[in-house]
Design a protein. Structure first.
Lengths: 354, 76
């Protein structure tokens, strides 16, 4: 789907990550593979540290903690869109739960979107659609995951990369052409839907003592059917062909080869570096990898986290930058948009254990 | 089809000597064969031949001979 919103701006981004740092060094002994091979992998993939909550937490409790910090975000919000793959419960929707926790008016439109890596793109598109229909004035878009509790500590394919984080973005209508405007495309290839999945817990297969049992998988990792499983080969092939081709064409079609910043979903450093080279982006500073290196992959929160950190650390060379936001992964989905970051007037970054 | 450069690279990834490199090598039987070796092999093939092997196809390629066959079918 192609989209073009001329009267929407992103005005605020705030994020929360766990305060405690978890290090690959300390997790090595949990993996079934030899320490030598794990160290080799660590070096090749750039694994170092990530931020995960030590104890299982509900998504809404983290989102609530974040949103308690700034009342201004909630003022006059008339739509709440939650993007997560780790809802509090199957029923009711997490946006309903959060609506209750925040004490929002009953007229607020609430929506849950089950999505991850390209989830921020989808969330922004949905929010912008609501705004430009004229039905709402201000959308609160909450994106993120508390996925670490669903990943086996003995799964070296996934555990080193996982990060927990929740972000809150405010989108509003704008008539200032210099800073508004969100244009892009979103795609999905459901033929490979199970390349990234948690197989059990939904209507396809219910949980049981059997599904919860950890087993040695073909890929040499140990996990249960209730844990996240990522097919490394399929995902690698996807990023190196489908995603690389899409992004190459996107940058040409949307005239943003010269973008100041490329905020890509922080899948892993290795893939980001490969994509950067493929896209001919010589200067690594144009494509931040700070989030995956220090905070891990928190699905739909990685893009807003990257923007947030960039703004707070004063990394942008000019105030109103042309930026490409791109997400790719679970679904398998892939999409991107180009916008100006001069509209972002407020950013905040919190580190807290819950 | 495999020039000296790619053979060197494969030997490094698979942790075998050049004289051991043959069509009969079964990837799974090698000590060095793990997810990283597999990924490194996929990358080397992509960089050298410009081909991305899908997950399904890769599971059918069990030996170096199989790999050669796969690549030549695709015009490498």
């Amino acid at each position: 789907m192609k989209f073009s919103f001329n009267n929407t701006k992103i005005s605020s981004i705030e994020c929360l990550v766990p305060r405690s740092i978890s290090r690959f060094e300390d997790e090595i002994e949990d993996y079934p593979q030899s320490e030598a091979s794990s160290r080799k992998l660590m070096k090749a993939m750039g694994y170092k540290e990530h931020r995960i909550f030590k104890n299982p937490v509900s998504f809404s409790s983290v989102a609530h903690r974040l949103l308690e910090k700034n009342d201004a975000l909630l003022e006059d919000v008339d739509a709440l869109v939650v993007v997560t793959q780790t809802p509090d419960r199957l029923i009711p929707s997490t946006s309903s739960i959060l609506h209750g926790l925040l004490g929002l008016p009953t007229s607020v439109f609430c929506l849950d979107i089950n999505d991850g890596c390209a989830g921020y793109i989808k969330g922004v598109v949905t929010s912008a659609s609501l705004l430009e229909s004229g039905m709402v004035e201000k959308v609160l878009l909450v994106c993120g995951d508390v996925l670490s509790q669903f990943v086996s500590k003995q799964d070296r394919n996934s555990y080193p990369l996982i990060g927990d984080a929740v972000s809150a973005t405010i989108l509003e209508r704008s008539s200032d052409a210099r800073i508004s405007g969100i244009r892009g495309e979103l795609f999905v290839d459901g033929r490979n839907a199970f390349a990234i999945t948690i197989p059990v817990g939904g209507s396809e297969k219910r949980s049981s003592t059997e599904t919860l049992r950890a087993k040695l998988a073909d890929d040499g990792n140990i996990r249960s059917e209730n844990h996240l499983v990522m097919n490394g080969r399929d995902v690698f092939a996807f990023t190196q062909s489908t995603v690389a081709e899409f992004l190459t064409r996107f940058l040409q079609d949307f005239d943003c080869v010269d973008a100041d910043r490329f905020y890509f979903h922080q899948a892993n450093k290795f893939i980001l570096d490969k994509l950067r080279v493929k896209l001919g982006i010589e200067d690594p500073y144009r494509l931040p990898t700070r989030v995956i290196e220090s905070y891990g992959n928190s699905s739909s929160a990685t893009i807003p986290l990257a923007v947030c950190l960039d703004q707070l650390e004063g990394k942008q060379k000019k105030a109103n930058q042309k930026a490409v936001f791109a997400g790719f992964g679970v679904g398998l989905s892939f999409g991107a948009f180009v916008t100006k970051t001069g509209s972002i007037r407020n950013t905040a970054f919190y580190q807290e254990d819950i | 089809m495999f020039d000296a450069l790619i053979i060197d690279e494969f030997c490094e990834i698979l942790e075998i000597e050049k004289h051991e490199f043959s069509d009969q090598i079964v990837f799974q039987d090698l000590d060095a064969w793990d997810s990283l070796a597999e990924l490194s092999l996929l990358m080397a093939i992509e960089e050298h031949f410009g081909l991305v092997i899908s997950g399904d196809d890769l599971s059918k390629v069990k030996t170096i001979g199989d790999l050669k066959g796969y690549l030549s079918e695709r015009g490498a």
